[in-house]
Ligand binder design. Structure first.
Ligand SMILES: [Zn+2]
Length: 219
């Protein structure tokens, strides 16, 4: 899943109101933040299928036990939770962050083929929503707009960066998602890793936009 992760992060804002959207995005995407580094160092592996059954099946995740096993998702979640709590002393927000990190694995489980290990070396699972192009698009787009709706109901722009910056970020996210569906397959696994790393800039953008928005006063 891709923009579905950002949707869950936006929906978490009312539960962790003092936590930056950049941090919430990072938590929901943490496994995919670490993944390209392990790809480039050869610890995890992906290959590209030039003629996939659906555009979502372009990447063949050969091996990614350290980022995408359920056990390691829980470990990364606990580490991020502990780090965030040490930094901000906000137990509820730290707990929300842990749930977001693990939610990544759960959402990936619904979409991926059975390629997600329960633990490194363990049995692999995946419900395979990606076998349906339209099913994936409808589910993920609905999630995305619900996430936006929750975030906008809870926060309001303090200036133009908070409003236009937010919508531009959303347009970029959805545009990147659409190009995944209609664009050509990536040329190599290394290219996949580098484009994922470049995509991390959007996390900073989310943090920047969030600083220009404030919690709405209760009606
Ligand atoms: Zn993932």
């Amino acid at each position: 899943m891709f923009i579905g992760h950002t949707a869950v992060a936006m929906a978490a804002k009312p539960i962790a109101p003092r936590t930056s959207l950049g941090t919430l995005f990072t938590a929901a995407m943490l496994l995919d933040v670490i993944w390209p580094i392990l790809l480039l160092t050869g610890v995890e592996r992906v290959t590209i299928d030039p003629h996939p059954e659906t555009p979502f099946l372009t990447l063949d995740f050969i091996s990614y036990p350290w980022t995408h096993s359920l056990l390691m998702a829980c470990v990364w979640g606990a580490l991020f939770e502990a780090g965030y709590f040490a930094w901000r002393r906000d137990r509820r927000a730290a707990g929300t962050i842990a749930v977001l990190v693990v939610s990544h694995w759960v959402l990936d489980w619904t979409t991926h083929r059975p390629d997600l290990p329960l633990y490194p070396g363990g049995p692999k699972v995946g419900l395979g929503l990606w076998y349906s192009t339209w099913g994936t698009i409808v589910v993920e787009t609905a999630m995305f707009f619900v996430g936006i709706g929750i975030y906008l109901r809870f926060t309001q722009a303090r200036d133009r960066i908070g409003s236009w910056g937010f919508w531009l970020l959303m347009a970029l996210l959805y545009g990147a998602y659409a190009s995944l569906v209609v664009g050509p397959p990536p040329p190599s696994a290394t290219a996949v890793a580098w484009s994922s790393i470049t995509g991390l800039l959007l996390l900073f953008w989310a943090a920047w936009v969030d600083r220009h928005r404030a919690a709405r006063a209760p009606a």
